[in-house]
Design a protein around this ligand. Structure first.
Ligand code: GTP
Length: 340
C-alpha cells in the first residue's frame, strides 16, 4: 500500500525550536522523530512512502540524501506554498501518481497502531476514508469523532470546548483513503483535511473510524515533546536501540560532572553539564551547556544554548538555539526564549 507522511507543518507550538529545525527532525532521545516514526511504519509493513514537505524541506532532503529513512524508501514531494493538510495530501498523491487505496500519517504522532487491522476494517466497511481513533482523558485539544456502533462517523468536531465533547475518542492522525477522496480536495490553495474534508465525508456517510488503544502520543507541544522523551526513557514507547542508564540517556560525546543529578534526563551530543546541576524531565539538545549549580526541570534547552550558573528553570521553559540565560535566573510557566 502506498503511503503519504505529512511533515510540512511549521510546528508553531514548538517554537522557537522549530524556527531552525522542522518538528519531525527534532530528536527524541538522540534520534530524529521521523526515524522513530519510520521504524514503526516499517514494522507494520510500510516499505515505501511519499514525504509531504513544505516547511524547511532541505533539512529532510540533506539528512537523507539516499532517499531511505530507517529502512523505508522515500520520495520527496515539496509543496511550492503551504497547502495545509488536505492540500498536501492531494499534492503528494498527484506527485507520486497514487490511484489506489493509500495510507496517510501525520508525521508528528508516535504510535504503535495496527495498520493492517485498520486496512481490514476499511475494506470490510466499504468506507471512502477511515480514521484511526485513540481514547484520551481530555479531548478538548483534538478532533473528536463520534460514530455509530458500526463505526460510521456521525460528525467531526474539531477541538470542542472543555467538558462538551460527545466522546473521548479522538482523531489519531492515521488514515486510509480511497483515491476518490482526492477529487473532494480543491486543486489549489490551502485545504484542511480536519476542518473541510472529514466533515464533508461524514455528511456524505462515507467516513468510518476504528478505535485502537495502542501507544499513541501527539508530540506537537513542549509538554508532549517532553513526555515523548520520557516515554522512551521509561520503556513505554519501546525503542530497542536506546541505551538508558538509571532512567536517563546521555550521548557519549557529552561531558557531565559526576556530582550532577539526572532524573529522566536526555543529554544529547556535545553538551556540557556542570557540578551540582540537577536535570529532571529535561531535554538538552546538541551543544547545550548547563553551568554549575543550575536546576532544570520539565524544560527543553535548545542547541548550543547556555543556562547560567545557579539558574532555576521549571515547567515549562523552551530555550531556543544559542540563547544565553543569565546566571541566577528563575524562570517557570510557559516560557519561550529566543526568536527568529
Ligand atoms: P502547529 O503549528 O504547532 O499546530 O504544528 P503543525 O504545523 O505541525 O500543524 P499540525 O500539528 O496541525 O499538523 C498535523 C500534521 O500535518 C503534521 O505532521 C504537520 O507536519 C502536517 N502539516 C500541517 N500543515 C501542512 C502543510 O501545509 N503541508 C504539509 N506537507 N504538511 C502539513
Amino acid at each position: 500500500m502506498k503511503s503519504i507522511i505529512l511533515v510540512g507543518g511549521e510546528g508553531t507550538r514548538l517554537r522557537p525550536l522549530t524556527y531552525e529545525t522542522p518538528k519531525q527532525m527534532l530528536p527524541l532521545v538522540g534520534v530524529p522523530m521521523i526515524e522513530s516514526l519510520f521504524e514503526t511504519l516499517l514494522s507494520h509493513g510500510v516499505t515505501d512512502a511519499v514525504l509531504a514537505l513544505g516547511y524547511l524541506p532541505d533539512r529532510f532532503i540533506e539528512a537523507y540524501p539516499t532517499n531511505v529513512i530507517a529502512g523505508v524508501r522515500v520520495t520527496y514531494a515539496v509543496e511550492p506554498e503551504p497547502l495545509d493538510t488536505a492540500g498536501a495530501i492531494r499534492f503528494a498523491a498527484e506527485f507520486a501518481g497514487i490511484d489506489e487505496t493509500f495510507l496517510v500519517v501525520n508525521g508528528d504522532v508516535l504510535t504503535d497502531l495496527n495498520i493492517t487491522k485498520l486496512l481490514e476494517f476499511h475494506r470490510s466497511s466499504g468506507a471512502e476514508a477511515t480514521i484511526a481513533l485513540h481514547p484520551v482523558e481530555d479531548p478538548s485539544r483534538f478532533g473528536v469523532v463520534p460514530t455509530t456502533p458500526e463505526g460510521r462517523v456521525l460528525a467531526f468536531v474539531e477541538k470542542p470546548p472543555h467538558g462538551q465533547a460527545p466522546t473521548n475518542l479522538i482523531n489519531a492522525g492515521t488514515y486510509i483513503f480511497e483515491p476518490s477522496v482526492l477529487e473532494r480536495i480543491a486543486p489549489t490553495g490551502r485545504v484542511s483535511v480536519e476542518r473541510e474534508i472529514f466533515p464533508a465525508l461524514a455528511a456524505a456517510g462515507t467516513l468510518y473510524a476504528m478505535p485502537d488503544d495502542a501507544y499513541w502520543l501527539d508530540t506537537g507541544t513542549p509538554q508532549a515533546y517532553l513526555r515523548a522523551n520520557r516515554d522512551i526513557l521509561t520503556g513505554q514507547d519501546k525503542r530497542p536501540s536506546v541505551n538508558v542508564v538509571n532512567g536517563s540517556w546521555r550521548h557519549p560525546l557529552s561531558t557531565i560532572d559526576p556530582s550532577a543529578v539526572l532524573v529522566h534526563a536526555v543529554v544529547d551530543r556535545d553538551c556540557r553539564v556542570g557540578a551540582n546541576v540537577v536535570l529532571e524531565d529535561a531535554v538538552l539538545l546538541p551543544g547545550a551547556v548547563i553551568e554549575e549549580g543550575a536546576v532544570v526541570r520539565m524544560s527543553i534547552i535548545g542547541p548550543e544554548a547556555v543556562v547560567g550558573s545557579y539558574s532555576m528553570l521549571g515547567a515549562t521553559c523552551v530555550v531556543g538555539a544559542k540563547e544565553h540565560i543569565a546566571p541566577g535566573s528563575v524562570l517557570s510557566g510557559d516560557v519561550r526564549l529566543g526568536g527568529v
